[in-house]
Design a protein around this ligand. Structure first.
Ligand SMILES: Nc1ncnc2c1ncn2[C@@H]1O[C@H](COP(=O)(O)OP(=O)(O)OP(=O)(O)O)[C@@H](O)[C@H]1O
Ligand SMILES: [Mg+2]
Ligand SMILES: [Zn+2]
Length: 457
């Protein structure tokens, strides 16, 4: 069977680990001085080298013929650890061995001396998945571990591990691997595997992998199996499913218009098209920043960006990120729900005609009628208003519409466009928006959920 790139190029010694210098240095020094801890915690994002480092450390500790502090990777012990057949180095998947029984079983075996090496080393992956009872059982072991036993815990969710356990481990935080480092690794593989690929395409793979080297290697492997022709940046774009810009535009329009039903359909389509929702979320942040904030100051778009970034922990730490993302989006929509206007983002050619038909709309004012008002007050009001701009006009939604109405000349001078002021209604007073009781209830539930989550954090 063909070995995947990510296994084939798994680092086998400290010097082969990409990045993570802060971790390598401390471990190497400790090994040189023979100062070994009883328990290590390797925390950090997926695909950044936690399991690889755990195995290298295990080999370095048990190797029969170490080269300095590096494992030889030739002796029987190194070989057994590399192919996971060592009786002294036991890898346990915390996600599928979560219960107290498993940890009790483990405890009973701890007193046995190692078979071939110096230490019995337990590598528990995804350790945050253990149940509370299992953690309690583990704690007893960590309080008085036999001297020949070493634990290495690995996790992507250190925040879910009890403090009592954390305080008994030497903790190492793995960092996302820098793009330039990933590019270097990919170039090595490209050379060894004789893959023809544009430099730009390598760069795109590296950037899209957001610091996870394993993801980058998997993507390179996937795209190189497409064809024997030189791989272009377009091939990579197609393969990694870069989100077309129109999807972001649709998303923003749905949010601004509080179109719940269509939003649910939009999310279904997005998932159906195979987009990774976290990838969509991060690309959306980049898109909003690049397309809007760098170019123009649009209050409501800025608000959307703030609210999306605020909710990052909710989305990225969720086991079901698509639900978390939808919930957060509903919450943002709820903010815009009070607006009876349905603004589109880039150009809204018919805005002024549409607005004239709206009975609630204040008519377009002439500058000469307006008495001046203090600049600072107006700026403060503007900060709290929702402002929609198109090529010709600026529509300002504010609960201080009266004051703004008196200051149209200032606003005209500021925006150099036609000014339309709309009185913002507060949420309870707004009966105009079509309300759907089911959705209202859903939103109330969501708000409660989010508040509870925020309080807990
Ligand atoms: N720092 C790194 N240096 C070199 N290769 C790496 C590194 N991180 C990841 N890789 C590559 O990715 C593969 C997976 O790495 P590893 O299993 O160590 O990641 P992990 O952090 O344990 O990920 P997960 O959280 O998903 O278990 C390795 O086999 C290797 O090819
Ligand atoms: Mg791992
Ligand atoms: Zn060895």
């Amino acid at each position: 069977m063909k070995t995947s790139f990510s296994l084939k190029y798994r680092p086998q010694k400290f010097s082969e680990i990409a990045g993570q210098e802060h971790i390598k240095n401390i471990l190497i020094n400790a090994l040189k001085k023979g100062r070994v801890a009883n328990a290590y915690l390797f925390a950090g994002p997926r695909g950044t080298g936690k399991t690889s480092t755990a195995r290298i450390l295990a080999k370095a500790l048990n190797c029969l013929n170490p080269q300095g502090i590096e494992p030889c990777n030739k002796c029987i012990i190194c070989n057994e650890i590399s192919n996971s057949s060592s009786l002294d180095v036991i890898e346990i998947d915390g996600a599928s061995n979560r219960g107290i029984e498993e940890i009790r079983g483990l405890r009973e075996k701890l007193r046995y001396k190692p078979v071939k090496g110096k230490y019995r080393i337990y590598i528990i992956d995804e350790v945050h998945m253990l149940t509370n009872e299992a953690f309690n059982a583990l704690l007893k072991v960590l309080e008085e571990p036999p001297s020949h036993v070493i634990f290495i815990f690995a996790t992507t969710h250190p925040q879910n591990i009890p403090l009592t356990i954390l305080s008994r481990c030497q903790r190492f935080d793995f960092r996302p691997i820098l793009s330039k480092e990933i590019i270097g690794r990919l170039k090595d593989i490209v050379k060894k595997e004789q893959i023809k690929i544009e430099d730009k395409a390598i760069k795109l793979i590296a950037e899209a992998s957001k610091g996870a080297l394993r993801d980058a290697e998997m993507r390179l492997e996937q795209v190189s199996s497409f064809s024997d022709k030189k791989i272009s940046i377009e091939d990579v774009e197609e393969m990694i499913g870069l989100v077309p810009e129109k999807e972001f535009e649709t998303y923003l329009n749905l949010i601004l218009s509080s179109n719940y039903d269509n939003f649910i359909r939009f999310m279904d389509n997005l998932l159906f098209s195979g987009f990774d929702i976290l990838f969509f979320y991060y690309s959306l942040l980049d898109y909003i920043f690049e397309t809007y904030l760098k170019k123009e100051n649009t209050n409501n778009i800025r608000d959307i960006l703030y609210m999306l970034i605020d909710a990052e922990h909710i989305i990225k730490d969720s086991f079901k990120p698509h639900i978390a993302f939808s919930i957060v989006s509903f919450r943002i929509m709820n903010k815009f729900k009070t607006s009876s206007l349905t603004p589109s983002l880039k150009t809204q050619k018919n805005t002024s005609t549409k607005q004239k038909e709206d009975s609630k709309q204040t008519k377009i004012h002439e500058p000469k009628k307006a008495p001046p008002k203090k600049k600072k007050t107006i700026e403060n009001i503007l900060k709290k208003s929702n402002i929609y701009e198109d090529e010709k006009s600026v529509i300002i939604h504010s609960d201080m519409a009266q004051i703004l109405n008196k200051n149209i000349p200032y606003l005209k001078e500021k925006y150099k466009k036609e000014i339309i002021i709309k009185k913002e209604e507060n949420e309870t007073g707004n009966k105009k928006t079509e309300s759907n009781p089911k959705i209202e209830n859903l939103i109330k539930g969501i708000e409660k959920y989010l508040q509870a989550k925020e309080i807990n954090e």
